[in-house]
Design a protein. Structure first.
Length: 124
């Protein structure tokens, strides 16, 4: 474990220490889910009851490609809510993008039909 005694420049990593019960309580699991929802799953873009006008407006304002438009429409028809977000590589590293992709993969595998990644390419 490294100990920092003053300002560190050009550091590519940072360590941390936490203490917690071995098993997470339901309260802690709910807190984690809230953070993941807020920070890693985007903002609500469209819902299954969105009008055609709302859908077209989002597609135009967000420059959604034709392929993704079809997938969004399919998800909406299946009763899904569609979310959108961004990753700012000036404020975060590629590790954050990889973390997002890992979370999404786990959710796809666990949720089967409950969670779908429509455009998960976070390459810069």
């Amino acid at each position: 474990m490294k100990l920092r005694t003053d300002f560190v420049t050009n550091s590519s990593s940072s360590s941390f220490i936490i203490a917690r019960d071995e098993d997470l309580s339901e309260k802690l699991k709910e807190a984690i889910v809230r953070v993941v929802q807020r920070e890693m799953l985007g903002e609500k873009m469209l819902a299954s009851d969105s009008t055609e006008e709302e859908i077209q407006k989002v597609f135009e304002e967000e420059y959604v490609h034709k392929k993704e438009q079809e997938e969004v429409r399919g998800a909406l028809k299946a009763g899904k809510t569609v979310y959108m977000g961004t990753v700012d590589f000036e404020c975060s590293s590629y590790d954050y993008a990889e973390l997002l992709q890992k979370v999404w993969k786990e959710m796809e595998d666990a949720g089967k039909d409950e969670f779908i990644v429509i455009d998960g390419d976070l390459s810069y």
